[in-house]
Design a protein around this ligand. Structure first.
Ligand code: IPD
Ligand code: CA
Length: 266
């Protein structure tokens, strides 16, 4: 089975297993601090178990890097890494806000730039986004691409959750100049929305986001034709360590960067 098939199969299983759980008391159960540093909720544990059980069942030779379970070596002879945020947007999922997803990616080496496949499933409605290197990006089987034209409304996604006052000050010109700023609370799904052309730019400069939250979005955005840059406007890359925290900007093209990003105060 192709890697993308494995990721798509198990992403659908997560959807089936958690779709009726969001917003219920059963979603919230506290399982202590996970490998990513946040409290693992019951819904996170159920979703991760779905993936681990399936990968074991099909005997996929890999190392899993899960946001809750940490590094799990499923083989002595791994083909690569499954980077798993089984529930991205856990706070939304637990509260019942219908904006949360699963994010699964496969990397051949210990680098973001070695990611070959990624799948993000919107767990509130089952929409599935996926991409494989050099094969394009898709949503529910239809090709997607970033929004590359002058939009009727320019929509700018900015993650401001827990942002420092210094960062808010740097971003202030963007808030002042642009009327349609959005922040939904699940980075991976916001990256999928960007890749699909629903936003013109997505910015997360908090230096807080983990590899697990962006791995699938990374390949989906690239395959949808988007630019992914670090805070210095260089191509985004990083290792897959649990300590790594990232800032990034996703933009449809250079014109958007010139128009929006260069307004960020130094
Ligand atoms: C969180 C979401 C959220 C972002 C946080 C992440 P989680 O992921 O992506 O949008 O602001 O930094 O931790 O914890 O729900 O998997
Ligand atoms: Ca998570």
């Amino acid at each position: 089975m192709e890697v993308i098939e494995i990721l798509r199969n198990v992403s659908k299983m997560i959807y089936e297993n958690v779709k009726d759980l969001a917003g219920t008391d059963n979603a919230a159960g506290d399982f202590g601090i996970g490998a990513g540093g946040d409290i693992s909720r019951n819904i996170d544990i159920i979703a991760e178990k779905t993936v681990l059980d399936y990968l074991k069942e099909i005997k996929f030779d890999c190392i899993v890097l899960g946001e809750e379970c940490g590094r799990v070596e499923l083989s002595d002879n791994p083909k690569g890494f499954i980077i798993m945020d089984a529930i991205d947007g856990s706070a939304n999922a637990v509260r019942g806000v219908p904006f949360f997803c699963s994010s699964l990616a496969f990397a051949t080496e210990d680098r973001l730039s070695s990611i070959t496949d990624g799948v993000i499933t919107n767990l509130s409605n089952g929409d599935m986004y996926w991409a494989s290197k050099d094969k394009g990006a898709f949503m529910n089987g239809l090709k997607i691409k970033v929004h590359d034209k002058d939009p009727i409304y320019k929509i700018i996604g900015i993650n401001t959750s827990g942002a420092s006052s210094d960062l808010m000050e740097q971003l202030q010109p963007i808030f002042e100049k642009h009327n349609h700023i959005r922040h939904f609370g699940a980075n991976a799904l916001e990256m999928a929305f960007f890749a699909r052309g629903l936003m013109d730019v997505f910015i997360d400069l908090r230096n807080k986001i983990r590899i697990q939250d962006i791995a699938a979005g990374y390949i989906i955005i690239k395959e949808a034709g988007g630019l992914l840059l670090d805070a210095n406007l260089n191509p985004l890359d990083a290792d897959l360590s649990y300590k790594t925290r990232i800032s990034f900007i996703a933009a449809a093209n250079q014109k958007i960067i010139d128009d929006v990003i260069l307004q960020i105060k130094k």
